[in-house]
Design a binder for this molecule. Structure first.
Ligand code: ACO
Length: 339
C-alpha cells in the first residue's frame, strides 16, 4: 500500500438567517457604517437569535449539509471534531452533542479549542489521524456563536463578530499530488493580556460580582491584536511558501482567517499575492472565529480546482498562529448543491 494523503473531499456550511447590519449597530452603539467599512470591512454579520440554540445547532446544520453534498455514509465516519471557543456547555463537548444529533454510530467525538486558529490546527490533526491509517473519514467543524460572548454595549468589539459554522470531510487517498502538504504553526503565549474573557473559567468562576462588572464578555486591545496578527500571519505565509518552494505565482488561493479586511490585505501584500487570489467573505459574515476559514471554503468551493495550491493562515487569542499548505483535491465547479 502506498502513502496515504489526507484530502478534503467536501464542504458544508450554515449561517443563521438574521442579518445584523451596520445601520442597526449604529442605533445600538456610537458607530457608523463608514467607520466600520473603513477600519474593518464588515457590512453585516449573521446572528443566531433564537433562544435555546447554541453552537451545536449551527455545527449540526453544517455537518448535515456536508453529508448530503458528499453522499458519505454516516456509519463510515470514524471521528467528529468541533473546534470552537463558544461551546454549548463547559461540558460535555459540543462535538458529542453534534454526533448524537447526527446519529453517527461508529464515531468518537471531541472538541478542540485554539480560538481563531482552531480550524487550522484541527484540520492538521485530522490529517495526521488519516495519514496514520487509524481513521478513514473525519468530519471537522469550525463553529462559533460569537454573539454569545460579545458585549453589544462595547463599540470596539461588537462590530467585529458574527455567528456561523462550516464543516469539511477529511479522507485518505493514495493519489499523488493532492492533499495536506505542510503546516507551520506557532503559539507564543504572549496574548493573554490583549484578548480574553475575564470571568467564567477556573481562575474567576461566575459570581454576582463578575456579572455586575460585565466580565463575561470578550475583552480585546484591538491595536495590539492587529499588530501581532499582521506580522505573525505574514511571516507564517512566507515561511510555508519558502519551505515548499512556492513563489507567489505558484499560489492559486490564500484562504485567511477573516478578522479584518485590513489585516488580510496587509498579510497578502507582504507575501506579494494579489487580492484576486484571496478568499474573502468578511463583508457578509464578520469574524466568526473558528468558522471563518471553512466558511470561506464553502463560499469559494465552486472556484477551487483539483491541484490548486491553497495556503491557509490564521491568528487568534493566545496568541496562536500559523499557515498551512494544501493541494486541493477536487473540482468545486462539479459539486451540484452549493448552499
Ligand atoms: N465606531 C466608531 N469609533 C470606534 C469604534 C467603532 N465601532 N471602535 C473604536 N472606535 C474609536 C476608538 O474609540 C478610538 O477613538 P479615540 O481616538 O477617540 O480614542 C478610535 O476609534 C480609534 O481606535 P483604535 O482602536 O485605534 O482603532 P483601530 O484603527 O485600531 O481599529 C480595530 C480598531 C478595528 C478593533 C482594529 O484594531 C482591529 O481590527 N484589531 C484586530 C482585532 C481583531 O481582529 N480581533 C479579533 C480576534 S483575533 C483575530 O481574529 C485575529
Amino acid at each position: 500500500m502506498g502513502k496515504v494523503h489526507a484530502v478534503i473531499t467536501g464542504v458544508g456550511g450554515y449561517v443563521p438567517d438574521y442579518i445584523l447590519n451596520n445601520e442597526e449597530l449604529s442605533r445600538m452603539v456610537d458607530t457608523s457604517d463608514e467607520w466600520i467599512m473603513t477600519r474593518v470591512g464588515i457590512k453585516e454579520r449573521r446572528i443566531l437569535k433564537e433562544e435555546g440554540l447554541g453552537t451545536s445547532y449551527m455545527a449540526r446544520k453544517a455537518a448535515k449539509q456536508l453529508i448530503q453534498k458528499t453522499g458519505v455514509d454516516p456509519d463510515t465516519i470514524d471521528a467528529l471534531i468541533v473546534t470552537t471557543t463558544t461551546p454549548d456547555y463547559k461540558f460535555p463537548s459540543t462535538a458529542s452533542i453534534v454526533l448524537g444529533k447526527l446519529g453517527l454510530k461508529n464515531a468518537f467525538a471531541f472538541d478542540l479549542e485554539a480560538a481563531c486558529c482552531g480550524f487550522l490546527y484541527t484540520l492538521s490533526l485530522a490529517g495526521s489521524m488519516i495519514e496514520s491509517g487509524r481513521c478513514k473519514k473525519i468530519i471537522v467543524i469550525g463553529a462559533d456563536k460569537m454573539s454569545s460572548m460579545v458585549d453589544y454595549q462595547d463599540r470596539q468589539t461588537c462590530v467585529l463578530f458574527g455567528d456561523g459554522a462550516a464543516a469539511v470531510l477529511v479522507e485518505g487517498t493514495e493519489e499523488e499530488g493532492v492533499g495536506l502538504q505542510d503546516m507551520y504553526f506557532r503559539t507564543d503565549g504572549k496574548g493573554l493580556p490583549f484578548l480574553h474573557m475575564k470571568a467564567g473559567g477556573s481562575v474567576c468562576p461566575p459570581s454576582h460580582f463578575t456579572i455586575d462588572h460585565r466580565l463575561h464578555y470578550l475583552y480585546q486591545e484591538g491595536r495590539s491584536v492587529f499588530r501581532y496578527a499582521v506580522s505573525n500571519m505574514s511571516d507564517d505565509v512566507v515561511e510555508v511558501m519558502k519551505r515548499n518552494g512556492l513563489t507567489a505565482d505558484d499560489v492559486d488561493w490564500v484562504v485567511p482567517h477573516e478578522a479584518n479586511l485590513r489585516i488580510i490585505e496587509a498579510v497578502t501584500k507582504r507575501a506579494d499575492i494579489p487580492m484576486e487570489k484571496v478568499a474573502v467573505n468578511i463583508e457578509h459574515y464578520g469574524n466568526t472565529s473558528a468558522a471563518t476559514i471553512p466558511l470561506a471554503l464553502w463560499d469559494y468551493e465552486s472556484k477551487l480546482k483539483k491541484g490548486d495550491n491553497v495556503i491557509f493562515t490564521a491568528f487568534g487569542a493566545g496568541f496562536v498562529h500559523g499557515a498551512s499548505y494544501c493541494k486541493w483535491a477536487y473540482d468545486g465547479a462539479s459539486v451540484e448543491t452549493k448552499h
